[in-house]
Design a binder for this molecule. Structure first.
Ligand code: ADP
Ligand code: GN1
Ligand code: MG
Length: 344
């Protein structure tokens, strides 16, 4: 299956080793090893990204801007195939190839607060260098991706259309989501505040979208498919969702879910080291709202997917998305308990 694709990139299939790689939920990712170099091959999920060309154009715009604004910045550009294209379209789908960052690692959960600091700094640096880029020039690769008002509407729609069996199982979770609609109302406030601008936002700052070197220093951010105009709460919030807790969203032993306060400080320090001079005073007021915004939205997204028979995230076992939603609700409960103390 890969032979044709590898040849388009000028690689000899007989001299390459191709293995599935990473834990991304959306695209298919493989590591391609050759005698000379290693690569990451990805098949774009076109159920999620309806127009892969839009992503490819965004990557080109970002690369062009970053190479001038900060030539030292490590930006992982897709490799051009022999036809000169960085996105290839075959009968099997859309593919792109990235250079594998040698010596890099990625993790699904953080063990030290220094890693949280490093990762937050990498995402902060990305937004800071791009602060002069006109965010509205980017293509919108997933419309309304982090629009919480719409996500809430999709969730209520999913409740209406769910099977009675799944609806019954999810009742407690659904009630929790409905009782916390104040989180949606705060989002309304934010988007109508003229002092909270749309910026170039990564929109997927979970921990396995940062590469680390062998000494656990942040190297660069990856997974740029959802880089779009957005609000800073999206990036800060997903860091809180995935760095504060020692357990991942896959954990089903919910007793392992708790918030590590010192990791909050590490996120704040790392991100603010880059972004303190960029964010407005109004944005800074919402720093700790960011955590509940994204955890709540992720709970809604997993729960809505469960109610719709797992069409978006897929499920590796029967109640997978139900458990992920419950996990995120437990995380949100823990976050809400500590919310007032976190900034101190
Ligand atoms: P997805 O959209 O499915 O999450 P990612 O682009 O995040 O896909 O890639 C999945 C995983 O592959 C990452 O978490 C990381 O471990 C690894 N990866 C991706 N790009 C590179 C790269 N250029 N060098 C090294 N590892 C990479
Ligand atoms: C998806 O692609 P990946 O695995 O980095 C998802 C994110 C979710 C995340 C939850 C395009 O991210 O929004 O937060 O799963 N990406 C898309 O793990 O939906
Ligand atoms: Mg990813």
């Amino acid at each position: 299956m890969f032979e044709n694709i590898l040849r388009i990139y000028g690689l000899n299939p007989d001299e390459t080793n191709v293995q599935q790689f990473g834990d991304g939920l959306i695209n298919h990712t493989w590591k391609v090893e050759t005698k000379k170099e290693n690569y990451i091959l990805q098949k774009v999920n076109t159920e999620v990204f309806k127009k892969p060309v839009d992503i490819d154009e965004n990557l080109t715009m970002l690369r062009n801007y970053l190479s001038k604004a900060n030539p030292e910045y490590l930006f992982i550009s897709p490799v051009s195939a022999s036809n000169g294209q960085s996105l290839i379209h075959t009968d099997a789908g859309y593919y792109r190839l990235f250079p594998f960052v040698d010596g890099s690692t990625s993790v699904n959960a953080l063990t030290s607060k220094d890693e949280a600091y490093e990762a937050a700094k990498q995402f902060g640096k990305f937004s800071k260098i791009l602060a002069g880029f006109k965010a509205e020039e980017l293509n919108i690769t997933i419309p309304n991706f982090h629009n919480l008002i719409l996500r809430y509407e999709q969730f209520t729609e999913a409740c209406r259309n769910s099977s009675s069996e799944r609806l019954e199982k999810a009742t407690e979770c659904i009630n929790f989501i409905n009782e916390h609609q104040d989180i949606v109302n705060t989002y309304r406030e934010i988007i109508s505040n003229k002092n909270i601008p749309l910026r170039v936002i990564h929109h997927d700052t979970k921990i396995n979208n940062v590469l680390f070197d062998g000494q656990n220093k942040g190297l660069c951010v990856i997974d740029l498919d959802t880089v779009m105009p957005g609000y800073f709460i999206s990036d800060v919030g997903d860091m809180m969702r995935t760095y504060l807790c020692p357990a991942t969203e896959e954990e089903t032993d919910f007793s392992k879910i708790h918030i590590r306060k010192e990791f909050f400080k590490a996120i704040y320090d790392g991100y603010m080291e880059e972004m303190a001079t960029v964010l407005t005073d109004d944005e800074k007021q919402y720093f700790n709202y960011a955590g509940k915004f994204i955890i709540y939205m992720q709970a809604i997204r997993f729960l809505a997917d469960y109610l719709q028979n797992d069409v978006y995230y897929g499920a590796k076992y029967e109640d997978h998305n139900f458990n992920r939603a419950k996990n995120q609700i437990v995380l949100l409960q823990a976050y809400l308990k500590l919310e007032k103390e976190l900034m101190n």
